[in-house]
Design a protein around this ligand. Structure first.
Ligand code: ZN
Length: 321
């Protein structure tokens, strides 16, 4: 694409934005997008921008076309990818037949499910291009995730570096109880889950020591998975967020029992496994793994570690791939 003619960076970016296929949000088709994911190379609307931001800058680095300062590398990357159509040709290559993308008026939930599927889980990417976001290194924030997708797109022959996922782990973060105080009187808690180098997080609940999230987060589980790390933070506008406790979750009981049973849809509701409370784990009580309406689920209450107080309720669901 020959947009790299002399001129200010802003001008080159605006020229790209004015191309026809960039006049609509890459994710929901809302008109006149004013935001962009600089590493993925798409122009997006304000609503989709909010979801991109929640994925973390290691997956999508969001910038305003008009308000933010762009450096030359960021602009060059946008131009190299070539805009929304080119990016979507990659990220939506394997969108299932009959699947309908969210429209401009989609709910936040529909929008965020789609955007996570598209970029974070790479569900619509050609299978051989799928990579683990576990490879992206947060310290190398600029472009890692998308660069890897683009690199593997360019050399799709190359198989190395691929990770085989054995399934998806859905984690419903239900609520926190009696969390620690980090501001004057209260805290603004949110939960971060880390599996390998994949990270997902809930939204922030303002001024609440007993927050209810009921938020579902999804992680891809690689063949060699370790424990799921949970951390609670207090959101702080002006300084680094303070930690409000953490817990390690052993996924072995869930995944091993699910694998042993195979297709959970063939069984009626029953208990199939258990993670036992012990002095060296964060469980408040034994946590059972159950088949519930054909799904493999595990509820647990965790006592947050390395903090003065706080419990957290979760529900895990395993989906084998
Ligand atoms: Zn949009």
């Amino acid at each position: 694409m020959e947009l790299g003619r002399p001129g200010s960076g802003k001008r080159r970016l605006r020229d790209l934005l004015l191309l026809k296929d960039n006049r609509f949000c890459a994710d929901c088709r809302a008109s006149d997008p004013k935001w962009a994911s600089a590493n993925i190379g798409v122009f997006i609307c304000l609503k989709c921008c909010g979801v991109h931001r929640s994925l973390g800058a290691h997956i999508s680095k969001v910038l305003s076309v008009t308000l933010d300062e762009w450096n030359d590398d960021e602009i060059d990357a946008m131009i190299e990818i070539g805009g929304n159509s080119s990016a979507n040709a990659i990220y939506e290559a394997f969108i299932p037949d009959g699947f309908s993308k969210p429209g401009p008026d989609a709910s936040h939930e529909q929008r965020s499910r789609f955007i996570r599927s598209k970029y974070e889980l790479q569900e619509f990417l050609k299978p051989s291009l799928r990579i683990s976001s576990a490879h992206s290194d947060k310290s190398n924030i600029q472009a890692n995730f998308a660069t890897r997708v683009m690199n593997s797109f360019r050399s799709s022959q190359k198989q190395e570096g691929m990770v085989d996922f054995i399934g998806l782990l859905k984690v419903k973060v239900i609520k926190g109880t009696n969390l620690a105080i980090r501001d004057m009187m209260t805290s603004d808690p949110y939960v971060v889950l880390t599996l390998g180098r994949q990270t997902v997080q809930t939204c922030v609940v303002a001024s609440n020591l007993n927050p209810v999230w009921n938020e579902e987060l999804t992680l891809s589980v690689p063949q060699s998975f370790g424990s799921l790390k949970l951390q609670v933070y207090d959101y702080d506008t002006f300084s680094a967020d303070d930690i409000m406790g953490e817990a390690d979750i052993d996924l072995q009981p869930l995944i091993t029992s699910a694998m042993a049973f195979g297709d959970a849809g063939l069984f009626s509701n029953m208990q199939i496994g258990k993670w036992l409370k012990s002095h060296d784990n964060a469980l408040m009580n034994d946590s059972t793994v159950n088949i519930v309406d054909g799904k493999v689920k595990q509820e647990m209450t965790l006592k947050l570690q390395n903090v003065e107080s706080g419990e957290l309720d979760l529900e895990l669901e395993w989906m084998a791939s």
